[in-house]
Write a protein that binds this ligand. Sequence first.
Ligand SMILES: Cc1cc2nc3c(=O)[nH]c(=O)nc-3n(C[C@H](O)[C@H](O)[C@H](O)COP(=O)(O)OP(=O)(O)OC[C@H]3O[C@@H](n4cnc5c(N)ncnc54)[C@H](O)[C@@H]3O)c2cc1C
Length: 380
Amino acid sequence: MSAAALKRVVVVGNGIAGLTAAHTLRDAGFDGELTVVGDEVHPAYSRPALSKALLLDGDDLSSHTLPPASHGASELLGVRATGLDLDRRLVTLDDGTALPYEGIVLATGSRARRLSELPDEITLRGLDDALALRRRLARRPSVLVVGGGPLGMELASGCLAAGCRVTLVSQGEPLTAQLGPHLARVLTTAARERGLTVVETGPARVEGRAGDARVALDDGTVLRAEVLLSAVGDVPNTDWLTGTGLVVNGAVPVDERGLAAPGVVAVGDLAALPTPHGVRRIPLWSSAVDQARTAARALLHGTDAPPLTFQPYFWTEQFGRTLKAVGRLPAAGEPVYADGEPGGGPALMAWRQEDGSTTAVALDHRIPVPRLRSMTREPA
Ligand SMILES: Cc1cc2nc3c(=O)[nH]c(=O)nc-3n(C[C@H](O)[C@H](O)[C@H](O)COP(=O)(O)OP(=O)(O)OC[C@H]3O[C@@H](n4cnc5c(N)ncnc54)[C@H](O)[C@@H]3O)c2cc1C
């Protein structure tokens, strides 16, 4: 089917990838019938804010809000897609209806991976999870966080700021696998100075029964707390695509324009895209935005649309420190400091990576992101 024949487009998933795809379709001239299906009842919001400002900002519950959608689509919120028939070009919904389409955007993101089915194990993926956690933190419970990645550390930071006693269980030194040893050291030092107890272990297990869950470490130690939070990765939401042949190794592989099949694009945390380091998911906010912008145009214009040119951008806020990074992470070895100095306050630094690329990082520094990006094009 040619792009000109697209009269009906359905976007499944109302996160940042679905929202951006819908806006881009309109910006690129699509004036046909546009429907957005999202299983959360809330309008699209900023997911990264949930583990940052939303946990910290007292009574201000606005940090996660995004400007209202301007795509003029029919929005079916609180409705879940349950199946996809590629031959008949139909999406089935949990309200018993089915939506026909000529083009479809798969943008159902991912959910938190769990270590158990116990209700005591709390994860944070959505707005409702974050609001429920805020309510529990108000009573200042003791907290055990399992997972030493950026999300686990942000949650630990938020819980400490709420006045809780917090222990973080990490497989190896926190953040090292994601950021590299230098940046990990900066942030874990800040964490320890603020009172975080870090327990390094091999793989930890969540055991016990409902109402009495515990975390078992590889050396036999058992830890308990009033609140048990896990942050151990995410799992793409592909259940509704069962039987379509679109899912490989738990994600939807796409080409460099986001195309998964004729008339079908996949974007955001759900999609595995070609990168210089293989086909993989890049479950980050700016990646979802860039993928969605590219794929929406490809849905309309096929191979005449430009392919994705993606430069990773990541940020985190924790333990009073803010880090922004452009380029590949983890960053191995020691950086060159362009501003500031090791162990000090605000700093700008860069790494020349093994693959020849440069990673530029701002710590507590007000440098605008485009300027940080330009550092990756200058010799480190
Ligand atoms: C707490 C938290 C903090 C984060 N912090 C950062 C950060 O600091 N920096 C960063 O770069 N990234 C961060 N991320 C990751 C970033 O938020 C994601 O990469 C981004 O939100 C992915 O967008 P998405 O639209 O692909 O998926 P999602 O945001 O997951 O949106 C998908 C939507 O589809 C819905 N859906 C699922 N299944 C169905 C269905 N069958 N039918 C209809 N709707 C469905 C989901 O409920 C959801 O609303 C964070 C993530 C979390 C959870």
